[in-house]
Design a protein around this ligand. Structure first.
Ligand code: S3P
Length: 431
């Protein structure tokens, strides 16, 4: 087991170019794989999760070239996907497994999707049950609730499904399953998760009708996304959030993250940090392809506790570990509620975040759907030996906590950060 040792720096200043957005990088490869023509993707996230997507898509017979953040995908259409000769290994990536499960459930080939121990322990009934209801043949461990999942794809019939949880992976899996289907698919219920799939499918020529409470996809007449989509992937707000919190909690800090995706379904962390009293400035707002972007600067701030719950949760679900670090340095109590989805992430992030905060000297009480904690009223964490549990977002959240902790902090298995943020440790060292 490897470890990293960290101590608090006196100042924290600079500009950090965070890597491309993880959700958009996955989608850019998967969607272009079944499009008409070729696409060039730049600022692609070269984290392990998105590389898993590239290798699975290649195993489906799609030509993908990648050099650093530049990726070329040569689309083959839905019927051009080739039956893979081996199981598809999605590594640690839930997005790879669930989006591909949707796509392959609606494509007439046989495939098996699996992943690492963490991914194989995560629930899949959320995609398997609705896909089966639409006519898909899927089997897997625990009656289909755990990978490996075996799929015998077929043309699905479309229909209606009410999403019980706000999950973009489930929403996207279902929309992808309908692309080669015989009839329209309408989704209702919790459609309020990140909407990159909807934005990209529309940009690629798919007939998608979206109202406040429904999304309807009409399959294209030919089983192909009509237009390949070349794009520059904007900076990942979930990665930038580590630097925003670092700057807000450190007493002598100013950090700028340029070119960040400011899609409103992703900016809940900025809203929460603002409500906590963080000094945030957004400049250079612009549109980059189908996504709004801007430069975000955060300076040292006096934070106060807050409540994170309700509709906000899907807009910041991946940022809760780092927001909990911000709350630990704030004045007063913070309550995280309605976030039971945290239990189904790379680790049970209610348990793992609460354990780490307690080790850092914070009074924290995990609940069934979140946690309550009492902030220390400033950068007064106590250096500790922390576990990342091979969870990328925990490794990085603890690294940021160490920037305001007394004494030394050690973090086990820090390399897991490269799942979503290759270069994180180098950037931290430079700052
Ligand atoms: C993602 C959706 C979210 C998020 C994950 C990426 C996506 O998961 O936590 O990191 O790209 O669709 P859920 O769909 O489980 O909410």
């Amino acid at each position: 087991m490897s470890h990293v040792k960290l101590t608090a720096p006196a100042r924290l200043r600079g500009t950090v170019e965070v890597p491309g957005d993880k959700s958009i990088s996955h989608r850019a490869v998967i969607f272009n794989a079944v499009a008409e023509g070729s696409a060039r993707i730049t600022n692609f996230l070269t984290g392990a999760d998105c590389l898993s997507t590239i290798s699975c898509v290649r195993a489906l017979g799609v030509e993908v070239s990648q050099e650093g953040g530049e990726v070329h995908v040569h689309g083959v259409g839905l019927r051009g996907l080739r039956e893979p000769v081996d199981v598809l290994d999605c590594g640690n990536s839930g997005t790879t497994l669930r989006l591909l499960a949707g796509l392959l459930a609606g494509t007439p080939i046989f495939s098996v999707l699996t992943g690492d121990a963490s991914l194989r322990s995560r629930p899949q009934r959320r995609i398997v049950a609705p896909l089966r209801a639409l006519g898909a043949q899927i089997d897997g461990r625990l009656a289909g609730d755990r990978a490996p999942l075996a799929l015998r794809g077929a043309e699905l019939r479309g229909g209606e499904y009410v999403l019980p949880v706000a999950s973009a992976q489930v929403k996207s899996a279902l929309l992808l399953s309908a692309l080669g289907g015989s009839g329209p698919l309408t989704l209702g219920g919790r459609i309020d998760s990140r909407d990159h799939t909807e934005r990209m499918l529309i940009a690629m020529g798919i007939d998608l009708q979206i109202t406040a409470d429904q999304i309807t996809l009409h399959p294209p007449t030919h089983p192909v996304l009509p237009y390949a989509l070349s794009l520059r992937v904007p900076g990942d707000p979930s990665s930038a959030a580590f630097w925003w919190v670092a700057a807000a909690i450190h007493p002598d800090a100013e950090l700028t993250t340029p070119g960040i995706c400011l899609n409103p379904t992703r900016t809940g962390a900025l809203d929460v940090l603002r409500a906590m009293g963080a000094n945030i400035e957004i400049t250079n707002r612009r549109n980059d392809g189908s996504e709004p972007v801007g430069d975000v600067t955060v300076r040292s701030s006096q934070l106060r506790g807050t409540v994170i719950g309700g509709d906000l949760v899907p807009r910041l679900i991946d940022e809760i570990p780092i927001l909990a670090v911000a709350a630990a340095c704030a004045e007063g109590e913070t309550l995280v509620q309605d976030a039971q989805e945290l239990r189904a992430k790379e680790t049970d992030r209610i348990a793992t975040v609460a354990d780490g905060l307690a080790a850092l000297g914070v009074k924290v009480e995990p609940t069934s759907d979140g946690m309550g904690l009492i902030g220390l009223g400033g950068p007064a964490l106590r250096g500790a030996a922390l576990q990342s549990h091979h969870d990328h977002r925990l490794a990085m959240a603890w690294a940021i906590a160490s920037l305001v902790a007394s004494g030394e902090t050690t973090i086990a298995d820090p390399e897991s950060a490269s799942v979503s943020y290759p270069g994180f440790w180098e950037t931290l060292a430079k700052l």
